[in-house]
Each structure stands twice: as structure tokens, then as C-alpha cells.
Design a protein around this ligand. Sequence first.
Ligand code: AKG
Length: 366
Amino acid sequence: MSDVEDEMTQALREWVVENVALGVDRELIAQELTKRSVSPQAASEWIESVRSSPMVSTMSELVYRQQKLSSLLQLLKGFFAPPGDPSIDRITHADSVAFFSDYFFKLRPVVVTGLADDWPALSKWSPSYFREHFGNVEISVNADRGSDEAFEENHLDHRTRISIRDFVEWMEHNPDSNDMYVTSRDNLLLNEHLQELRDDFRYPQPFLTEDSPATPEGFNESLWFGAGSLTPLHHDDRSILLVQIYGEKRFDLISPFDFGLVYNDRYCFSSIDPLDSPELQQHLHSVVLGPGEALLIPVGYWHHVLSTSPSITLAFFNLPFDSLWRQSYYGDPDAPQSRYQPRPTPIPSADRPSFADGAKSAPIEP
Ligand SMILES: O=C(O)CCC(=O)C(=O)O
């Protein structure tokens, strides 16, 4: 075993574990190792010790289950989202039946026009309106985001208080900066001095319901306010409807059926930048949302959001059908723990077959 440690880096040894667990043919794994100057003896010694480990055979079984689910998702994708057309449909608010049957229940994003035509917010709200009417009100913002790659994950460290006047002035001087953003988590609509804003929008039926608050915290909507702001790639744990009130925003979406292309590494967020990833280009569904337009982002849909001008957006969670994905990601600091309690699996019978000698497939690149 000392040969193995001398000849193979930790990364290469982990690569072998991954590929044995994936069921890749041992010969193919050994060939890849010898291409990287590992002696045939060290390669076969390590492959054999990995293969006979009960931990790896258990991993193989879990990988097999995941591959099975993944191939089912690919099949369902063909039914739900016909291949080839990356554009996002636009419908009018009169098409509410289609909104649910063709989009909400089929997990397909759609832009709805006309839904907010009678909202006072559309003609009233702008950065200068906020400054003139609420300039002295102190709000919470996420600040200094440019100094921290994980600004979303560390959002509590970036929470700052500032008057609306100073915030709007900062935006005017920094129109392309992501440094300060009023995000959903800043709960601007819960601010006691801003309650009159609630008279400026509605819950258009049947798209949104007043039946009960949508979130455990007791609210149905939140507000996003900024210029040049970026919300990195993430997915939500329920379907949401975003209504653009002022300015424009670009959305780049990736279907949850494209499982395997994207992953969470910061609870609901991913560090992948879809605009900087050539292999994701053909999987992106992109749209620019203008004032008065609404975008349905179905549960699980990855989205990367860029304000292309000063922008105000309302996000609604109170769609009338439950779409809460109770186990969407681990490690969500805001989620009630009870949602994420894994339960033990049944103890198997003694003669359950091992998966260590499983399916043969091509090795993945180390
Ligand atoms: O508008 C934004 O910057 C992000 C909105 C969003 O991603 C969400 O509400 O989940």
C-alpha cells in the first residue's frame, strides 16, 4: 500500500473511489491510471482495495439509485418540456387556465403580461418616488457584496441599515454595482413605515391567493430593489411569480430536469456562473422582464438574475397550489429542521447482492 501512496495523489485515489462507485470497468480505470504514470501494480492494488470496501459498495448502490432517478427525469423532461426551443413562452393574464395546465403543473417557466396593469405601483414606484416619499425611512440592505464571493451565503454579515435617501443616491452614483441590494431577506415590505406600499399591488385571481400566508414567517411577497445587482444561480423550494415593477431584469434559467449539469454547493446556491460556462449555453432559457411583466419560476428551476437597469421587483410565493419541495437542499439555515430529518433505511437481508461489480460505463475524467 505504500507504493500506492507514493504513486497516486489523494485526488487520483478519490477519482478511483468515485469511478468504482459509478460501476466503471476496472480495466478502464487502470488504463487511465497508467496514462498518468501509475505502475500497473499500484493501480490494481488500489482498485482492488477500493472495490472490496463495504463503504464503496454501499456508495455504488446509492449512485445506482441516483442514476435511475436521473434517467427518469430525462424521460420526463421529454414529456414536459419539448426539446429544442429554449425560449420562454409569453401568455396574457386572460390565459389563466393555460398558466396552470401548461406551465405551473408542467414545471415550465412562462411570462405573463397584463397581470399588473391596474396596480398603482406600476405608475408610481421608482427610485425617485421612494426617495421623495420615504427618504427618511431606515431600511435593511445587503451591502459590501463585492468583497465576498459567498455574499449570499454570508448574507447576515452583509446586513446594514441605511436611509432610503442614501440608498437611492448610492444607486444613482453606482448604477452598475452589485455592492448594495435590497433583497427578499431584507423584508422591506415588513417595515412599519412602508405599509402604504401594500395598497399599490394586488393578488390577481386566480394566479395568487389570499387564503393564507405562504411562508412560515407569515408573508406572501417580498421586494427586490437595486441597480446592477446580481442574484447568483440558485433554485427556490417552491414555485414563485416575479412581477417586474420598474426597470429591467435578465433571467437565465436551467431546468431541474437537467439534473447533473448544476449542483448546490452553498445551500440553495451554486457557484457556477451560467453566463460563463460554454457547456451550459445550450441549456439556458433566457428572458428579459420589463415593467408589468410577470415570470413564473417553477419549483426547482435554477435561476441567475441580473438587473440591467435600476430595478424594483415583487416576488410572490402565494400561488394557489402547494409546490413546497420539502427536501430541496441540506444546510438551509432558514429552514425548519424538521423538514430535513433523514430517516434510517430498512436493514437489508443478509443475501442482498453487492453493487461493487455493477454496470460498466465509460470512466469520467479525473
Ligand atoms: O430578483 C432577483 O435578484 C432575484 C429574485 C429571485 O431569485 C427569487 O426571488 O428567488
